[in-house]
Write a protein that binds this ligand. Structure first.
Ligand SMILES: *Cc1c(COP(=O)(O)O)cnc(C)c1O
Length: 474
């Protein structure tokens, strides 16, 4: 047996374990009285129990850990503080990525926020027909609006676009075949994969063509007794370039019509507008797809549309009716706050006020406006930090949300080279700010993209940088 100073290792371990203070003693720390009203006794005790448990385990494993009551209490305090902070909270998006999936995709317009607050805090007309005093349909609040802005006969909404595709495949093509091009078997970030959705829905996927080229004859060759649907999927986050051939939606819709099949398109981003006046390439809108003869179009509410997380399905009345009465629809139904946000967002489009929708407004920002904003931010930073050496630079912003993957949106940023801190450390410190600030970087330069800053964000950026860099200034 090993010995140290005449004692066995075992004895030393036991001695260390004995020195761990009792829970009662640990819970005497004065700051506990402040956090207990928010976290509850049990949570606070659990935090201490975790720390003590980890310490015991390490000691038993023979790791070199000292037992220090002060350190245990300090660590518990740190963990409790972290739990006191709201987890889902506002951040400043200084990345220039407009539909930033990790940062919540789209921000709602003011009217939508107001509608959500009202509906969330009061009884409401969710499923109530005021004229008749009878039960109403939650879908009715947005159906007519979706029809107005897309030209559809009928429309419905579900939890998200993945849900919309799943519902449509399950209700209309279960145990039958869905023909889809190999070039469109996409995976969208966060595990939405067309082949997997197909499997879950019970539909049988019939792949045609090759990755880069699919011809009308490929679809025609695959259509048989078992075929229920021809599916087109927007490639969203990638592009096939070079020697390519894609069957257009017009061709696909015509083939489906002739053979009495359903033609469906998963449009992904769900644009209600043509964004080409803002310098982006011409992409089909939901209306364009319907006009091309597609029977059903599905799209996300929180990508380019700029609304809440929702899946829109628009198209032929008879198909929408089948989807609405399919039992899975209930499992994917949308909550009142989401409906309130969607209704208000669609009303902006109806009134031609879509510029008030943050996502649309940010995409529409011109070069001059961006430059002016960056100059103003740079000046405020120089005032707060006289030797910060900021610079206004042109950068690439991005649409995000898997849309326009290859198009850099020309953006403007304030660049800052932190002298006494590696850029990575400064980015980390900014994420630790309240509110947290997420920004870009290029080599040793911090980049604050101004396109995605919301009202009040500039002030938060200046305050945070002044606090972080001002401290270390001589
Ligand atoms: C984003 C996207 C989806 C998933 O939409 P969610 O609203 O995130 O569920 C599905 N298909 C395409 C083509 C997409 O771009």
């Amino acid at each position: 047996m090993h010995t140290t100073g005449g004692r066995t290792v075992d004895e030393e371990l036991r001695e260390k374990l004995r020195r761990i203070p009792s829970m009662d003693r640990l819970l005497e720390a004065p700051w506990i009285a402040e956090v207990e009203p928010c976290l509850g006794k049990r949570t606070v005790k659990g935090v201490f129990a975790d720390i003590v448990g980890e310490l015991r385990r390490d000691i038993r494993k023979g790791e070199d850990r000292t037992v220090d009551a002060g350190a245990i209490v300090e660590e518990a305090r740190r963990r409790c503080r972290r739990r006191l902070q709201r987890s889902l909270r506002r951040v400043v998006n200084a990345t220039g990525v407009v539909v930033h999936t990790n940062l919540g995709r789209s921000c709602l317009c003011g009217e939508a926020v107001e509608a959500v607050t009202q509906v969330a805090s009061s009884y409401n007309t969710l499923e109530y027909n005021l004229e008749e005093g009878t039960r109403g349909q939650r879908n009715d609040h947005v159906e007519w609006l979706l029809c107005e802005v897309t030209g559809a006969d009928a429309a419905m909404v579900v939890n998200n676009n993945a849900g919309a595709v799943l519902l449509a495949l399950a209700a209309l093509a279960a145990e039958r075949e869905v023909v889809v091009s190999r070039g469109e078997l996409v995976e969208i970030g966060g595990s939405f994969r067309i082949p997997d959705i197909m499997t879950f829905s019970g539909a049988v996927m019939r792949e045609v063509g090759t990755t880069n080229r699919t011809h009308p004859a490929d679809y025609l060759g695959a259509i048989g007794d078992q075929t229920a649907m021809l599916l087109k999927v927007h490639p969203s986050n990638f592009r096939v370039q070079g020697f390519t051939r894609e069957v257009t939606r017009e061709e696909l819709a015509a083939m489906a019509r002739e053979r009495e099949l359903i033609c469906m398109e998963d449009l992904g981003s769900g644009m209600l507008l043509d964004f080409s006046p803002y310098g982006l390439s011409r992409e089909p809108s939901v209306r364009d797809c319907l006009q091309a003869g597609v029977d059903l179009v599905t799209f996300s509410g929180d990508k380019l549309l700029g609304g809440p997380q929702i899946g829109g399905i628009v198209g032929r009345r008879q198909l929408i009716d089948r989807l609405r009465s399919y039992p899975l629809a209930r499992a994917l139904r949308v909550d009142k706050m989401t409906l309130a946000a969607m209704e208000s967002t669609l009303r902006c489009y109806l009134a031609g006020r879509e510029g008030e929708i943050p996502t649309v407004g940010m995409l529409a920002l011109g070069r001059e406006t961006l430059h002016a904003r960056a100059e103003a931010l740079s000046e405020s930073l120089e005032k707060a930090l006289p030797d910060a050496g900021t610079e206004v630079v042109e950068v690439d912003d991005a649409v995000g949300g898997g849309a326009f993957p290859q198009e850099a949106l020309p953006g403007v940023a304030v660049a800052l080279k932190p002298e006494r801190m590696p850029t990575g450390r400064l980015q980390e410190a900014l994420r630790g700010n309240d509110p947290p600030i997420v920004c870009g970087a290029r080599e040793d330069t911090l980049l604050i993209h101004v396109r995605t800053l919301l009202e009040g964000d500039e002030g938060a950026v200046v305050d945070a940088l002044a606090a972080l860099l001002g401290e270390v200034s001589p």
